[in-house]
Design a protein around this ligand. Sequence first.
Ligand code: BT5
Length: 324
Amino acid sequence: MSSTREKLIELLASQANTFVSGQWLSNQLQLSRTAVWKQIKQLEADGYRFQAVPNKGYRLIETPKKVSENTLFWGLSTKWLGKVIDHYEEISSTQIIASQHAQSGGQEGLVVVAEKQTAGKGRLNRAWDSNHHNGVWLSFILRPNLIPSHAPQLTLLTATVLARTIEKLTGVKPSIKWPNDILLNDRKIAGILTEMQAEQDAIHHVIIGIGININHKESDFDASIMKRATSLALETDKQYDKRVFIQTLLELFEGQYEAFLSHGFTPVKASWESYAYRFCDVVHYKAGKERAKGKIIGIASDGALMIEDALGNTKHLHSAEIDW
Ligand code: BT5
């Protein structure tokens, strides 16, 4: 994004709902009034709408629904998350690009967003179906001062934030299927991929990748997942503004992450358990080669799922698949 354009949007955003004069903008941007007018025309061509009144100036009345660095920036009230946004119409995977940024010194809070991914990644080399524009596919960089063994807490924190975002925007309460699936009506609506680069006792960076199906129709899904996947639109019969979804997600994440760094994992655990899929229910699961069943009784501070077996013994599962 050109920095003049970025500054212009920032200035207009800071004066939301009031008129700003062309002269004031030209002083702030150190541009001629004609140059300011040209920039405004370019924003209009991108879908921004202004009210222009002689002797009063310009008032921004609408930002485009389209997701772009500009539109995401408009109205985003975070302090550090999303202050740098790298947006692509099509990319292999936002996770790969965010990881490249992190390795070359990209700052904490840098967000990579794509309209389409041609090689979206799930965990354990699974594919994430995201080669169409109806979802939100994004990754961001964190540089937390945590011991590496506590990194799974970040996945659980992200899951609670994602669940809250969905609940806030749709009014429907999703559930979290351990460790990283968000379900609505027992179908997967979102997934989280957490990747970390660390030494024995220090994290260099963590990339949090989030994929959520927003405006998909059933036929938008690959046949292999059609029966198990869903979208916000399918579940609520409404279309959602992806820009608003991303902004709400980033704002909630920033607040919850800061609270987690200050107050620890206990509030995250409570929030996670309030959304847990089949909490206190007996489930069947597969851990390695073992197939077993047990009651979900909570999560441990290292992110493990706690299961109580029929004899009343508690097991901590670090890697397992819970049956649906
Ligand atoms: C996940 O993996 O759920 C993590 C997904 C993370 C995706 C984001 S998008 C932005 C960022 N960039 C990336 O490249 N990735 C991240 P996992 O738990 O392994 O689940 C993968 C399984 O979910 C697949 O094997 C399918 O069964 C199912 N699946 C694939 N695409 C789906 C979709 N769009 N909606 C629902 N389920 C899907």
